[in-house]
Design a protein. Structure first.
Length: 670
């Protein structure tokens, strides 16, 4: 036991040790080797790290308990990705490394693992089973660029322009030309993985493709992880977590719908899988392909400046036209109109022709608030600074933040008045109203409530595809990705809130959401001529709608980027948030004030703006008070340097009553 070995272990996020500890081992262990080591009273899975990275720990140095020597070490580029993520997102290196490994690896001993590895045979690509489409000219140009240039690439293609076909063929060419090469393909939503998985399996065969997402069981995850790590799987298809898959021969990374906010992890190490894909591609010498019909303004700006190579595919396959956009001016409608008469007529015409319509609203439940007509009682959540939502179907009031659920009271809890009524509307109420306005129509509601049970989502999608539904009502989950062939009308009934949101990214999200939703209509060329996107708005003159009408993302992006530049916001500035949670707002903000004082003492603060602590928009959740403080700099490097200098000091501030704090680098909502 004489060799000093650096090992990363999952130390708690708030401990002052960096997560790399020194152990002794009998023989030298290569960096990347998985080991089992004692820590305190427990034995943990760890990863051997670069020898010079360990904290000094000599006095009580312990020995490695076991090395999982049958498994090839995690390679240098994977370790580099983990190290970078830990530094950039300011989390423990061990926490990041271990979170990136399948949980079951922690419980397997070396012998079990060896047995498993034997069973996991090598896999070959069965070559392209389904004949690839003959490419359109736009697709040919895009693929030629991807093959011939270095990238990173931003594939800017309309919905239905054949982006997925580009991913498939880029992967296909890579696998055909480079023995052993691996490709990583990421999608934003678990729900979208089965569809894409099917397309990849059709093309490359079952054995070549593995999925990686949080909906898998621990044994499934271990199996997929091993297949990728051993190079047996040539293609890994997954959600954001897949960016950390161990892929020793990684040569291509694809990020589909790269603008999607779900690429940002919202707890622990709050990484952006899209941004890490760019980093990983560079570090591993792999190509990176981002794709979207409405790129994030960050990626768009990078393509404007030439840092990313933009590939454009404006045309829809089969000349299916993008739907015409119709704005309904709600100022001209009778008071309390939910659905404009013209919209209902248009939906009725669709039904008569055997076509489908999609109506969406970003709020599930029946109504956002229940209110008393006699006093000012409203269905506030006792634990959160939010209203509980009225769900008529089971007559409950449910808090969408803490989950607190109660039966609807018979009378106002405050004054006893029996006349309590819903205010506003959610998907449940829309469904009810549509059924009343369109007698006999088959209306199906799809949202997180109706798809909670396993298998429900698939069943409901099948119902839509088979034509058993006339009108689909749902939240934004129905607007993403699904290839609905018969939908010729899409309606957004109340999208205005995002126009005036405190969140500067809200217009970007709304535009993207509406473009995505419009993309659901008229996917079948035969029907696309009459396909329409309806938007009910109180602000029909808004620039966002003007650009949307023309399907003109570049114009929208240019206008937004100009505003952001003037206001000094991302992508023209880098941001980080410190969030604090405590029983009282005073304690949460007190911590942030102390943190701001510590910032003033830092030499690295010069190019960084430190804003005042404020309560978060959703100030209280489950009886926990939340506050945040924004940090901003025009230089990403300066902000990073500052955070590295400043964060260790925050560990020393331990105000009484503080529950937790965390740094969010490149936050999506500020
Ligand atoms: P996107 O990912 O941009 O929404 P897809 O790749 O899903 O677009 O393509 C839309 C539809 O067009 C799919 O049904 C796909 O199979 C088909 N398709 C794609 N490329 C071609 C092509 N070159 N020729 C014929 N059909 C194609
Ligand atoms: Zn009352
Ligand atoms: Zn609540």
């Amino acid at each position: 036991m004489s060799h000093r070995t650096a090992v990363v272990v999952p130390t708690p996020a708030h401990s002052s040790i960096g997560g790399v500890l020194t152990y002794l081992s009998e023989a030298p262990l290569a960096p990347g080797t998985l080991v089992r080591v004692p820590l305190g009273r427990r034995e943990l899975l760890g990863v051997v790290w670069e020898p010079d990275s360990a904290d000094d720990f000599e006095a009580r140095t312990k020995s490695v308990s076991a090395a999982l020597g049958d498994l090839p070490p995690l390679d240098a580029s994977w370790r580099q990705l983990v190290t970078f993520s830990s530094q950039y997102y300011r989390r423990g290196i061990g926490e990041v490394a271990l979170a990136a490994l399948p949980p079951q690896l922690r419980d397997l001993d070396a012998a079990q693992l060896a047995r498993r590895l034997k069973r996991q045979g090598s896999r070959d690509v069965i070559h392209a089973e389904e004949a690839a489409h003959e490419l359109t000219a736009e697709q040919r140009d895009a693929l030629a660029a991807i093959e011939g240039e270095a990238g990173p690439f931003l594939l800017f293609g309309s919905t239905g322009s054949g982006k997925t076909e580009i991913y498939l063929q880029a992967v296909q060419r890579l696998l055909a030309h480079t023995p052993d090469a691996q490709a990583l393909v990421m999608v934003p939503e678990i729900n979208l993985t089965p569809q894409l998985h099917a397309r990849f399996v059709e093309r490359f065969g079952e054995a070549a493709v593995v999925a990686m997402h949080s909906g898998m069981t621990p044994p499934q995850r271990l199996k997929a992880w091993l297949a990728a790590h051993l190079g047996h799987a040539r293609i890994v298809l997954g959600t954001r977590m897949a960016v950390f898959a161990s892929m020793p021969k990684l040569a291509l990374l694809v990020v589909d719908e790269e603008h999607d906010p779900s690429y940002k992890q919202q707890e622990g190490a709050r990484y952006s899988a899209r941004d890490l894909a760019i980093y990983r591609g560079k570090a591993a010498g792999a190509k990176v392909l981002l794709g979207s019909a409405t790129p994030s303004l960050e990626s768009w700006q990078a393509s404007e400046k030439g840092r990313y190579r933009r590939l454009e595919m404006p045309s829809r396959i089969g000349a299916g036209a993008l739907p015409g956009v119709r704005l309904v001016d709600m100022n001209l409608q009778p008071k309390k109109t939910v659905f404009a008469g013209t919209l209902i007529d248009a939906i009725a015409q669709r039904i008569a022709r055997g076509e489908q319509s999609l109506v969406f609203l970003n709020r599930r439940g029946y109504a956002p608030v229940l209110a008393c007509g006699a006093c000012d009682w409203k269905s506030e959540c006792p634990n959160c600074s939010a209203f509980r939502v009225f769900h008529k179907i089971d007559r409950t009031l449910r808090c969408h933040h803490c989950g607190f659920t109660e039966r609807v009271p018979r009378a106002c809890p405050s004054c006893g008045n029996v006349d309590i009524a819903p205010l506003g509307r959610g998907t449940e109420k829309l469904e009810e109203q549509l059924e009343a306005l369109l007698p006999g129509a088959r209306v199906l509601r799809m949202d997180a409530d109706t798809t909670r049970l396993k298998g429900e989502l698939e069943r409901q999608l099948a119902e839509v595809h088979s034509g058993d539904v006339d009108v689909l009502v749902g939240t934004q989950m129905v607007t993403k990705g699904h290839d609905f062939r018969r939908i010729t009308l899409v309606a957004a009934v109340n999208p205005d809130a995002a126009l005036f949101s405190a969140d500067f990214r809200a217009p970007e999200r709304l535009f993207s959401l509406l473009m995505q939703a419009a993309g659901r209509a008229g996917r079948d060329a035969a029907q696309s001529a009459g396909s329409e996107m309806w938007i009910q708005t109180w602000h029909p003159q808004h620039a966002l709608f003007t650009a949307l009408r023309r399907h003109d993302f570049p114009a929208f992006a240019a206008q937004q980027l100009k505003e952001r530049e003037l206001a000094g916001m991302p992508p023209f500035a880098s941001q980080a948030l410190v969030r604090a949670e405590a029983r009282t707002q005073e304690v949460a903000q007190g911590f942030l004030h102390a943190a701001a004082e510590a910032a003033a003492d830092s030499d690295a603060v010069e190019h960084v703006s430190v804003y005042s602590p404020v309560p978060m928009t959703l100030q209280r959740v489950a009886n926990v008070e939340r506050a945040q403080m924004l940090l901003e700099s025009t230089s990403r490097v300066a902000l990073q340097r500052f955070l590295a200098d400043w964060q260790p000091r925050l560990h020393e501030l331990r105000p009484r009553g503080l529950i937790r704090w965390a740094i969010d680098v490149d936050p999506l909502a500020v």
